[in-house]
Design a binder for this molecule. Structure first.
Ligand SMILES: [Cu+2]
Length: 293
């Protein structure tokens, strides 16, 4: 017979297990016109669609945890209802004085441990999977500023792009198919099907470089470099927002990523290099002055 005190202990340990579960879970315009892919839609529930392998793994772990959490919650609910019914004063006028049950106590210690191990294995695997990309093809350095983003490309001659939100009138004129408050003047441009290492830092306050559906949410911190990676198979335009309260224009530093073919990326990078005066002077005699320097 399960006493109410034991139920209290059981409930407490299950709540602790749930807390741990929660802690571990927790979680273009171009040469050719690109589709706007990574935007929220009306009546969406759950995660955004997965656009990178990393986000697919995040969604899979979330689904596993959801099943485990649901089963635990239903089990606890059933125990509570049973205890309320079975041990009601009218049905149980003389309460038992039993205080220990060794088998039960071992069971409610061992079972939560096993559940946590089952959760910890895929959780840690995912943490390390998203942590670093040893085989990255290229690197983009993301710097958060108050209040815009800067993208530098050390593998492309250190070209640099400042990315600022478009005023609504400009967006309607220049990028009407992109959502207001998310369209920027210059997107971060990366090639599709390429492992891109993201290193992030900040110039002033902390910012958060987060793109929905990419599975990446990097808090960028002045004086530090944080690393992550993305690989986006599908060409298109994706959006995100700063996810670290960083000051009074925090809401106005959206992130836009333009994923293009490798050929288009090379062309874009070459144009940027030329504009920044990063190719031999003889071949750019008529180049305009550096745009971003
Ligand atoms: Cu910010």
């Amino acid at each position: 017979m399960i006493g109410t005190r034991w139920l209290g202990i059981l409930f407490g340990s299950l709540l602790a297990a749930l807390g741990l579960v929660g802690g571990l879970a927790g979680s273009a315009f171009a040469q050719a016109k690109l589709p706007v892919i990574g935007v929220p839609h009306d009546w969406q529930m759950g995660f955004p669609a997965s656009f990178t392998p990393l986000q697919e793994h995040v969604a899979a772990l979330h689904d596993l945890l959801l099943v485990i959490i649901t089963l635990i919650s239903l089990f606890v609910l059933a125990l509570l209802l049973y205890a309320m019914w079975r041990f009601h004063a009218s049905r149980n006028p003389a309460p038992t004085v039993t205080t220990h049950n060794t088998v039960l106590e071992i069971a409610w210690t061992i079972l939560p441990i096993l559940i946590l191990v089952v959760i910890a294995i895929p959780s840690f695997r995912l943490l390390y999977y998203g942590d670093k990309a040893p085989d990255a093809t290229m690197t983009v350095k993301v710097t958060g500023h108050q209040w815009y983003w800067q993208y530098e490309y050390p593998d492309q001659g250190n070209i640099s792009v400042d990315s600022r939100i478009l005023a609504e009138a400009d967006r309607a004129k220049l990028k009407p198919d992109q959502p207001r408050q998310l369209a920027v003047d210059e997107e971060m441009v990366i090639p599709a099907n390429t492992v891109v290492r993201i290193i992030g830092t900040a110039a002033d306050s902390m910012h958060g470089w987060t793109v929905w559906g990419f599975g990446i949410k990097k808090t960028v911190i002045p004086g530090r470099l944080n690393e992550g990676w993305i690989e986006v198979p599908k060409e298109g335009i994706y959006f995100g927002q700063c996810s670290q309260i960083c000051g009074n224009a925090h809401a106005y530093m959206p992130i836009a990523v333009r994923v293009v073919s490798k050929a288009d990326f090379d062309k874009w990078a070459a144009d940027k290099k030329k504009a920044a005066g990063l190719v031999p002077a003889s071949s750019v005699a008529s180049a305009s002055p550096p745009a971003n320097r």
